[in-house]
Design a protein. Structure first.
Ligand code: HEM
Ligand SMILES: Nc1ncnc2c1ncn2[C@@H]1O[C@H](COP(=O)(O)OP(=O)(O)OP(=O)(O)O)[C@@H](O)[C@H]1O
Ligand SMILES: Nc1ncnc2c1ncn2[C@@H]1O[C@H](COP(=O)(O)OP(=O)(O)OP(=O)(O)O)[C@@H](O)[C@H]1O
Ligand SMILES: [Mg+2]
Ligand SMILES: [Mg+2]
Lengths: 218, 203, 248, 218, 203
């Protein structure tokens, strides 16, 4: 299983940028919002927690269809399915690789971008915490969605359509945690729920993902 | 020892083959023949467990099957060696020392998979079979794009594999120069009214 | 002998060696002189206090950030028209340097913004255009990195650079349309900067070290680009040798 | 050239949903933002023009990599390049097909979604107009980006990274037009500029796209 | 009439073939031979104008070339007929009435391209050549995956094409049963120190 994780990471790096690209997209969304909304700092600071979370979600989303699509097209997925590797493990590793290449860099960098949207200083630590707890769930849920849509041609949009509703709870709790942090309230509840989603997702979704993949390979 | 009994299989919900039965003893190969679209790929996929059978049984030593499809599963960004090492690790083995020579890949060992020619890619895809150490091979047109020399190379390797007690079921349109029985699938073609199609219940 | 012959990789390696050393030395010296003079031997500004001294980093970096892109554009055009490999590599070499300059301008600006405007970041047109410029650099570099074959990469990045330049100008205009800013006008570069008599005039005491510092940045930029181009040429040479060895 | 346009539209429809998917994504982003930002109506109505434009931009972005990727993988692109069809025309048709499947439905539907974000009533007509004038530019610029990155494995993210900065002027003028409309100011200037970008883009970018495609096919 | 003079070509920046020259008269075919990786695909791509030549000239009647690569460009969601009609329209022609029979696709006419077997797909890909009405064909391993009957079918069609004054340059590893001269590319392999690779300027 580690072999698969390492291969995926290596592929991501080789393909140019690997870790940087998810981050770059995140940065760009964060930069674009003020262009749309206007330069008013009070307004920006009010919507900052939400925008950061929506941006992470979109950054995760955008790289989802690559999780299985390439392996499907070149036949590796079929070969992996007939290999001794437990397919659930493979799904888990795929999610992990996705998180390491998108969620993790984004978590590390988000606080550094806080000032672009005038995020309240108190909220920085909660932004970091909520992303750390929440982005793995985004990757795992997304991997499930990617498994569902793998052989479909217009995968990209359909995938988003399927995955975004599944992302809603993560988004709500994540943004809520940061917002409460910014307002000086106690965000522990939201953070706990976020952690719950991540733990639950990682416990159950690898099995669901392996199942849908097997069906799609038939 | 591979035992296939009364196997029926479907593709895209339509029954394709009906009641195929055969045995392949250890050390033996079986060549599948038949015109395009008769169901060779479908049969191999069913044997390998990629898709479920409509009916019948497939029996071979657990955890000993391996499938090689039209697509080779080669990663363009990984080098030839890295591609092979990955599969060796997935199957929990090591890279045999002579595998690169056996498939004439020594000169290409550090080339990225994406820069290989069609035949070189195929050789790499076949080399995977030598790496994973499985006994029962299901091969779908393994020699497509190979030149004559490479076909011979592969046939030699296959003979070695069989001599060591391996089994191979091979779909192919050309002559591999193997001394193996052939099975023409044409007689097993499912009749248009065959049972078991996914929507039969609605008729 | 045509000037283009100096762009032959071998020739280029030959003449840049000594030039490189001298530009580095000259650049280093003028930068040191400019910065030391600026930091320690100029009076504090009556409005901005000692924070004004950041100008000796900020303004040269900002200027070079833009000039680096212009240089990349020219080099890309030369590559497209004349297909000189060195010019493509020079464009590639300049990008990270330009991006660093952009970052320096952004960071020094942000540090300066805190005392001046009470915030590290404001969506001011000038600052925003630099952020966009930073994104253009990022995309350009990422595209170079993502493509295996060097000639393909050179061609594609050249087209990106040209199209990007048009859009960068458009963005600059769009950003002005979108927000009126807090940022200072371009008084240094105005003709009467030194001799002028407006309120915004940068007085001589500040201007001389500033110009020395700008010269330092320019020389350093040239040196870095030459250095990186040489590295790129060596990498290509390695690649060619490896390819030849593989086939031998 | 019409044959290519019709084929692409037919493929989009066959692949399930065609016209609906871009729209659905747009809808979802518009719905997610209140989850992230919180339910404060004044706040939402202030950011509505920006969010609508950012959402259209992301919806356009998400389907970009499919413009050429499939044709590249199955070899049609090479065959098209050696066909008598002018390649510039092919690029133009691809952009048009993309607009018809994403930009157009979104333009038609956006005003109907205005109430979700409490868009000011005066702004509806300008939202419609700005999207109508601006989304074709998004498709054309995106087609150029897709041409640049076709053949690269991690195309999806790199594509966004390249295209988003190019989208900035369109976004600014588009959102500005709606915002001015909402504030009762005159948005003609912004709309004119938007139209200018679209016209300029369609005049020049097909050539750039054909050029980069030819390079990528080499 | 196809004239190739001193053609050198490169792949991935490395020179592959050096100074290839040949003529093919109208009504003639030329079979390219050579081991995997010698540069057959590269040569065909250069002839068809997909990639630029390093050196040398290719001469054939303007707007008369057509290329068929390893990949067939078949759209999975379009039916067999729709796939062919699209190409006919791109080339500004009509679908010849007998094209489906000629490639044994009549039974498959309404099947989506994605549900064809490997050989059926190939037949569809080849049928495109009959639709576009080009004279000078550059074919890269056209008979991969085809059964014997289909190979014959294709060879027959090709003979007809040649009889009508067409030209074909075909890379293949198997025997098509065509009576055509063969050109082995091995002697044209570019020497390791050949000039013109994209990085030669750096050495
Ligand atoms: C954070 C991002 C910032 C960026 C990207 C930026 C960019 C630039 C650029 C491009 C120039 C050169 C202009 C020219 O001479 O044509 C410049 C000059 C200057 N900047 Fe900034 N700036 C930033 C922040 C600030 C801040 C916060 C201040 C402080 C108030 C400031 C004060 C100045 C001054 C005084 C000049 C010299 C203007 C002149 O006299 O020419 N900048 N800046
Ligand atoms: N994905 C699919 N969906 C529906 N039907 C399919 C699909 N793939 C193949 N078929 C059909 O199933 C039948 C058997 O196909 P199969 O691929 O097994 O043939 P094959 O013997 O391998 O042919 P070939 O020699 O051309 O590879 C054919 O009639 C084919 O058209
Ligand atoms: N995309 C690529 N990048 C770099 N090198 C390549 C690429 N594709 C092929 N090559 C190399 O170029 C040489 C010629 O390849 P080409 O595909 O033309 O061979 P071929 O004669 O068609 O072989 P085959 O019979 O296997 O199809 C080979 O050595 C191959 O490894
Ligand atoms: Mg088959
Ligand atoms: Mg080939």
């Amino acid at each position: 299983m580690i072999a698969l994780l390492l291969r995926d990471l290596r592929l991501a790096v080789r393909a140019g940028g690997g870790f940087g690209l998810g981050l770059a997209f995140f940065l760009i969304v964060v930069v674009l919002v003020p262009f749309g909304v206007g330069p008013d700092t009070a307004l920006l600071s009010a919507i900052a927690p939400g925008i950061f979370w929506v941006a992470s979600l979109l950054a995760a989303l955008l790289s989802l269809d690559r999780i299985f699509a390439l392996d499907f097209e070149d036949g590796s997925l079929t070969l992996l399915a007939t290999s001794p590797l437990p397919f659930e493990g493979a799904a888990l590793m795929k999610a992990l690789a996705h998180w390491i290449t998108t969620g993790l860099p984004l978590t590390v960098a988000a606080p550094a971008l806080g000032f672009l949207l005038n995020l309240a200083p108190e909220a920085y630590v909660y932004l970091l915490l909520s992303l750390l707890l929440g982005t793995p769930a985004l990757s795992m849920i997304g991997t499930f969605g990617a498994g569902l849509t793998v052989g479909l041609r217009r995968g990209g949009l359909l995938l988003s359509l399927l995955v975004l509703p599944l992302y809603v709870p993560t988004l709500i709790f994540g943004a809520e945690a940061v917002r409460r942090g910014a307002d000086g309230l106690d965000p522990t509840g939201a953070l706990m729920l976020l952690a719950g989603i991540t733990v639950g997702g990682f416990a159950l979704l690898p099995f669901a993902t392996a199942a849908v993949l097997r069906i799609n390979l038939r | 020892m591979l035992q296939v009994r009364n196997l029926s299989c479907a593709r895209g919900g339509v029954p394709v083959l009906n009641a195929v039965s055969f045995d392949v003893a250890a050390g033996q190969a079986l060549i599948l023949r038949g015109p395009n679209g008769v169901g060779k790929t479908t049969l191999l996929r069913t044997l390998a467990g990629v898709q479920p059978a409509l009916d019948g049984t497939v029996d071979f030593p657990e955890e000993q099957g391996a499938y090689a499809s039209h697509a080779d599963g080669i990663k363009a960004a990984l080098s030839v060696t890295e591609n092979l090492v990955f599969w060796a690790e997935v199957y929990g083995g090591d890279l045999p020392d002579d595998i690169l020579e056996k498939f004439d890949l020594t000169d290409l060992r550090d080339r990225p998979g994406g820069t290989l020619s069609a035949g070189q890619k195929r050789r790499l895809g076949l080399a995977r079979l030598g790496v994973i150490g499985r006994k029962v091979l299901f091969l779908d047109e393994p020699t497509v794009s190979l030149d004559r020399f490479s076909v011979k190379l592969f046939a030699d390797w296959l003979r070695g594999h069989l001599a060591a007690g391996g089994i191979a079921v091979i779909a192919t349109h050309i002559d591999l120069g193997l001394d193996a029985p052939e099975l023409d699938l044409t007689p097993y073609r499912a009749a248009p009214d065959a049972h078991g199609g996914s929507d039969e219940a609605f008729l | 002998m045509s000037i283009w012959e100096y762009a032959n990789p071998k020739k280029f390696m030959g003449w840049t060696g000594p030039v490189l050393t001298w530009t580095f030395i000259l650049g280093g010296v003028s930068l040191a002189v400019g910065l030391v003079w600026g930091f320690f031997f100029t009076p504090d500004d009556f409005r901005q206090g000692s924070t004004v001294k950041i100008i000796y980093l900020h303004v040269p970096a900002a200027l070079m950030a833009i000039n680096a892109w212009i240089m990349m554009l020219v080099a890309s055009l030369i590559w497209v028209v004349r297909r000189h490999h060195v010019s493509a590599l020079a464009a590639r070499a300049a990008a990270p340097v330009g991006m660093t300059m952009t970052l320096i301008a952004l960071f020094t600006g942000a540090i300066w913004g805190q005392p001046m405007w009470g915030t590290y970041w404001a969506w001011d047109p000038r600052l925003t255009s630099f952020l966009i410029l930073f994104l253009f650099y990022l995309g350009y570099i990422a595209l170079w990195e993502a493509i295996e074959d060097p000639d393909t990469a050179a061609d594609l990045t050249a087209v990106l650079c040209m199209v990007g330049s048009v859009f960068a100008i458009l963005s600059r205009y769009a950003v002005l349309f979108w927000s009126q800013g807090l940022h200072q006008g371009a008084s240094v570069m105005r003709a009467g900067a030194v001799a002028g008599d407006t309120q915004e005039r940068v007085s001589n005491v500040f201007a001389v070290p500033l110009f020395i510092s700008i010269a330092g940045f320019v020389l350093l930029f040239v040196a870095l680009v030459l250095l990186r181009t040489r590295t790129e040429i060596r990498a290509r040479r390695m690649r060619a040798l490896e390819a030849r060895m593989r086939r031998a």
